[in-house]
Design a binder for this molecule. Structure first.
Ligand SMILES: *Cc1c(COP(=O)(O)O)cnc(C)c1O
Length: 394
């Protein structure tokens, strides 16, 4: 892990740019999502990719306090990071691993792997024979995503194969949706039909998996019949909707904000260009503020000339090419602006909000990708509640 460790908000005045994480909002989101589930249905909080850029340990601890019972990671290293922090909850490794050192680490740290093929299961069983240890495994069926998993039509052979291998205990059978966030639900229900068909075939052989799960955030919001024994929610716990048509399904609050400081202010003449390539040319005398954040911090360069920021509760346009460490904004409308002032790139300032979706829509990507971009250089300032944030930042 290369990111700077999470800091308290008191550290704020020293930063050039930072991410603010409101763990109170995270707890709210988990509570709201839990409210959609039957009491016996588990909520797995997906904390892969350093909790979508929010900080895996703080998110995991808060999610567990708020009612999550499982955690999901993409890599063995991510799982070990949680265990090293003293987190004891069951951890599902969503990725598939194939190397003996990783398999031994999984056993040592009690991470629960995903198995996708009979060959991979055999490798696990043989590798574990060395230390005599057993692991709980989750068998993945491919019902239409074509990413990981055994074909759903081969569920019986796959499950029976794993049942007979020593050192492996089947903890669940699961699958993953390809189109749950889309308005057209045809493929979603077809995937559910395939999953149910596979489970029925297992039951016909007298096999009842201890746990079934299928839903990501979008599917969790689509219909309770998709919840099975557990849902695996990522995006929604971070307060974002998988698509606009989910907004009336549950009340979510964004957890992450991105802020930076003004580093210089100057007025340029009409006709002068701004930043690399002069992709912005002033049409009139323009007051330009330089902001100490850039694409190396996770502000996509593709947003150049296509984004706005909030300063003193007012929206002002970004101008010119976003550079690696800095970007410029047109603050002509604001009167005097001083170096050191706080700029909100994502989040709230006064009564205005810039949501992550503004960025993802502008550059033709999804909110997930924007969030994951903030994991490198920005210190993360965490706060247990919204109120505490307002107090420290204003
Ligand atoms: C990332 C992931 C999720 C979470 O998806 P969201 O859309 O962010 O809720 C769930 N299941 C699997 C297998 C994943 O890889």
């Amino acid at each position: 892990m290369t990111h700077i460790p999470d800091q308290r908000l008191e550290a704020l005045p020293r930063q050039r740019a930072w991410v603010e994480i409101d763990l109170g909002a995270l707890a709210h989101n988990v509570t709201q999502l839990r409210g959609l589930l039957e009491p016996t249905t588990d909520l797995l909080a997906v904390v892969k990719a350093d909790a979508y850029g929010h900080g895996a340990i703080g998110v995991a601890q808060t999610a567990l306090q708020a009612g999550a019972t499982w955690l999901g990671v993409a890599t063995v290293t991510e799982g070990i990071e949680l265990r090293r922090a003293g987190i004891n909850a069951p951890i599902l490794l969503l990725g598939a691993v194939h190397t003996p050192p990783e398999i031994q680490a999984i056993a040592q740290w009690q991470i629960q792997p995903t198995l996708c093929t009979p060959k991979q299961a055999l490798l696990f069983s043989e590798t574990l024979a060395d230390g005599g240890r057993s692991v709980s495994v989750h068998l993945k069926l491919d019902t239409g995503m074509a990413r990981l998993g055994a074909p759903w039509t081969e569920a019986v052979e796959f499950v029976q194969w794993v049942q007979h291998l020593p050192h492996l205990k089947i903890a669940s059978v699961y699958s993953h949706f390809a189109t749950a966030d889309e308005l057209d639900q045809t493929m979603l229900w077809e995937q559910k039909r395939r999953f149910d068909q596979a489970i029925a075939a297992l039951q016909h052989q007298g096999i009842t998996p201890p746990r079934l799960h299928l839903a990501n955030s979008a599917a969790t919001l689509v219909d309770p019949s998709l919840h099975y024994d557990m849902v695996r929610t990522g995006l929604a716990i971070y307060g974002l909707y998988p698509a606009p048509h989910f907004q009336d399904k549950v009340n979510l609050r964004p957890v992450l904000q991105v802020k930076a400081r003004i580093s210089q202010v100057r007025t340029i003449e009409a006709g002068m260009g701004v930043s690399y390539g002069h992709r912005f040319v002033a049409q009139m005398p323009t007051q330009v503020a330089t902001v100490a954040i850039g694409y190396a911090d996770g502000v996509p360069r593709l947003l150049s000339n296509q984004m706005a920021v909030l300063i003193r509760g007012q929206k002002v346009p970004q101008i010119g090419t976003v550079t690696m460490d800095q970007l410029m904004v047109d603050v002509s409308s604001l009167g005097s602006v001083e170096p050191g002032e706080v700029v909100t790139l994502l989040g709230r300032s006064g009564s205005l909000v810039i949501p992550v979706e503004d960025w993802s829509t502008a550059i033709g990507t999804i909110p997930w990708e924007i969030l994951c971009g903030f994991k490198h250089r920005l210190p993360r300032l965490t706060s247990p509640s919204n109120n505490a944030l307002e107090r420290h930042v204003s």
